[in-house]
Design a protein around this ligand. Structure first.
Ligand code: NAP
Length: 306
C-alpha cells in the first residue's frame, strides 16, 4: 500500500492550497481527485474576487495554475474516487476506489455539489434543456429564451454568462429580493437581456423531447402560470460532498464537517477545508485560507507525534 505523510482529498482551491503549503513544509503529500484540478471553479467563466487578479481570471486558467504550484512544491496527484476513510491506529486509510492509500493525516477538501430543485421534469430533462452549467451549455441556447432558478451569487453570475448567448434570461427566485453581492445585483438588474421574476416558485419543468417551459407559482397571489423557455439553469445552493464521511467524522445536520478554528475535525489527524466544512463562507479566498490553515495544523499534528 502506498504511504504518505498527508493525503488531501479534493483538488479545488482549498485542496490545492493545502497541498502546496504542506509540500513546501516538507511533508510527502498525495492529492486524490476524481475529476480534473480546480473543483467547482473549473466551470467559472470569470472570477473577479480572488486576490491578485484585478481584471478577473477564468476558472480554466486559475485551476491549472494552482495545480502547477502544488505539483511544483512536490505534491503527487492521484485520479481516483474516495469512498471512505478508516482509522487504523496511527494510520488514516483513505479508501480510494482503485487502491487504498495510507497516510498519517488527511485533509478533506471535497467541496460541494449543486443542489437539485426537486421538481417534476428536472431529472427527465437533464441534458435536454435542464443544465447546471451556464458556461458549458449556454451556447446551445443561442438566440433563445432561458431561465435561471435561484437568487444567490451563483444564479446571478450564471445569468450574466447566459446573456452572451440567449435572447432573454429570466431569473426566477422565490424570495422578494436577491441574497447576493451588490455588484452582481446591480449588473443583473441593469442588464437589458435579464428579466427578474421575484416571489415565484417553480412547480414543474415541462416539455416533450426537450424543455418547452416552466410551470410557475406566484407566491404572493398563489396563481399558477406557464412560461415558455428552452433552457432551465438551476442554481439553488450547494450540498457538501460528505456522504463518504458519514459515521466517520462529526457532521452538522446539513452534512457539513464540524471543525474548530484550526480545521481539526472530531477525529485526530483528519482535517477539513473549504465549503465542505460548517461555517465556511463559501468564497474562494476563504477556501484558500482554510487550505493553508489545515496544512499548518496537519504539519503541527505530525510534528507532535513524530
Ligand atoms: P446560495 O447562496 O445558498 O443561494 C441559493 C439560492 O437558491 C437562494 O436564493 C435560495 O432561496 C434559492 N433556493 C434554495 N432552494 C430553493 C428551491 N428549492 N427552490 C427555489 N429556490 C431555492 O447558493 P449559491 O448562489 O450557489 O452560492 C453558494 C455560495 O457560493 C455562497 O456563499 C456564494 O456567496 C458563493 N458564490 C460566490 C460567487 C462569487 O463570489 N462570484 C459565485 C457563486 C457562488 P432562499 O434564500 O429563499 O432560500
Amino acid at each position: 500500500m502506498r504511504e504518505f505523510d498527508l493525503i488531501v482529498i479534493g483538488a479545488g482551491v482549498a485542496g490545492l492550497t493545502a497541498a502546496m503549503h504542506a509540500a513546501r513544509a516538507g511533508l510527502s503529500v498525495a492529492v486524490v481527485e476524481r475529476m480534473g484540478a480546480g473543483g467547482q471553479i473549473a466551470a467559472a467563466e470569470r472570477i473577479e474576487n480572488f486576490p491578485g487578479f484585478p481584471q478577473g481570471v477564468s476558472g480554466a486558467e486559475l485551476g491549472p495554475l494552482l495545480h502547477e504550484q502544488a505539483e511544483a512544491a512536490g505534491a503527487e496527484f492521484v485520479l481516483d474516487t474516495v469512498e471512505g476513510i478508516a482509522v487504523d491506529g496511527e494510520w488514516r486509510v483513505v479508501n480510494a476506489a482503485s487502491d487504498p492509500i495510507n497516510a498519517h493525516a488527511v485533509i478533506v477538501a471535497a467541496g460541494s455539489a449543486l443542489r437539485s430543485l426537486g421538481v417534476p421534469g428536472e431529472e427527465t430533462f437533464l441534458g435536454r434543456g435542464v443544465s447546471h452549467c451556464a458556461s458549458c451549455d449556454g451556447h446551445f441556447f443561442s438566440g433563445q429564451e432561458v431561465c435561471v432558478i435561484g437568487g444567490g451569487d451563483s444564479a446571478l453570475d450564471e445569468a450574466l454568462v447566459l446573456t452572451e448567448h440567449a435572447a432573454c434570461v429570466a431569473i426566477i427566485h422565490r424570495g422578494a429580493a436577491f441574497d447576493a453581492q451588490r455588484v452582481l445585483i446591480d449588473r443583473a438588474t441593469k442588464h437589458d437581456k435579464i428579466e427578474i421574476v421575484a416571489s415565484t416558485g417553480v412547480e414543474e419543468i415541462v416539455g416533450a423531447d426537450s424543455v418547452v417551459g416552466v410551470r410557475l407559482r406566484d407566491l404572493t397571489a398563489g396563481t399558477i402560470h406557464e412560461r415558455a423557455v428552452k433552457g432551465v439553469f438551476v442554481y439553488v445552493g450547494l450540498e457538501p460532498n460528505t456522504a463518504f464521511l458519514r459515521g466517520i467524522v462529526a457532521l452538522d445536520p446539513a452534512g457539513h464537517i464540524e471543525t474548530d478554528i484550526m480545521m481539526r475535525t472530531s477525529v485526530p489527524g483528519i482535517f477539513a477545508a473549504g465549503d465542505v466544512r460548517r461555517h465556511s463562507v463559501a468564497q474562494l479566498a476563504a477556501a484558500a485560507g482554510d487550505g493553508a490553515t489545515a496544512a499548518v495544523a496537519a504539519w503541527r499534528y505530525l510534528k507532535e507525534r513524530a
